[in-house]
Write a protein of this length. Structure first.
Length: 147
């Protein structure tokens, strides 16, 4: 027996929600990895600064430190740009998840409204049948009393 079209659509919408959630998970993981890289670079810069301040031959270390600091700053800028891009992708993926969930909920609501309308129609039909039975019995009694 073939599935009703709305059930098929609901299954499709639920699949889209799961795919969107999976894509969001990938984006969040990538964002977390880039954020960890940024934190690592910041920690390395902090350690370099502490080492430079504590070293007794700091004047010799300054030139080497300046070169390393330039490279570290460039790496930090690149990592910050990658973090911003990853955050933007994560935000976009969140939007896709929200849209997918909204579409699935709309189909679920439509299905539940149709089911409620069908039950109401069945209840009305059943009430009409019961009313017809009651009228028939009432008419039979009246005829019996009239005789």
């Amino acid at each position: 027996m073939a599935r009703p079209p709305l059930q098929t659509l609901l299954s499709l919408r639920r699949l889209q929600v799961e795919q969107a959630r999976a894509a969001l998970g990938v984006c969040l993981k990538a964002e977390a990895e880039v954020a960890a890289t940024v934190r690592s670079l910041d920690e390395a810069a902090r350690r370099d600064h502490q080492t430079a301040a504590a070293w007794q031959h700091a004047h010799q270390f300054l030139e080497m430190s300046a070169i390393r600091l330039d490279v570290a700053r460039a790496n930090r800028r690149n990592a910050a740009a990658a973090l911003a891009a990853a955050a933007a992708r994560s935000a976009e993926a969140r939007g896709v998840v929200t849209a997918s969930q909204t579409a699935a909920e709309a189909v679920e609501q439509l299905l539940s409204e149709r089911e409620a309308a069908s039950k109401a129609a069945m209840a009305t039909t059943e009430q009409h049948r019961l009313d017809d039975i009651a009228r028939t019995r009432h008419a039979v009694r009246r005829r019996g009393e009239a005789c």
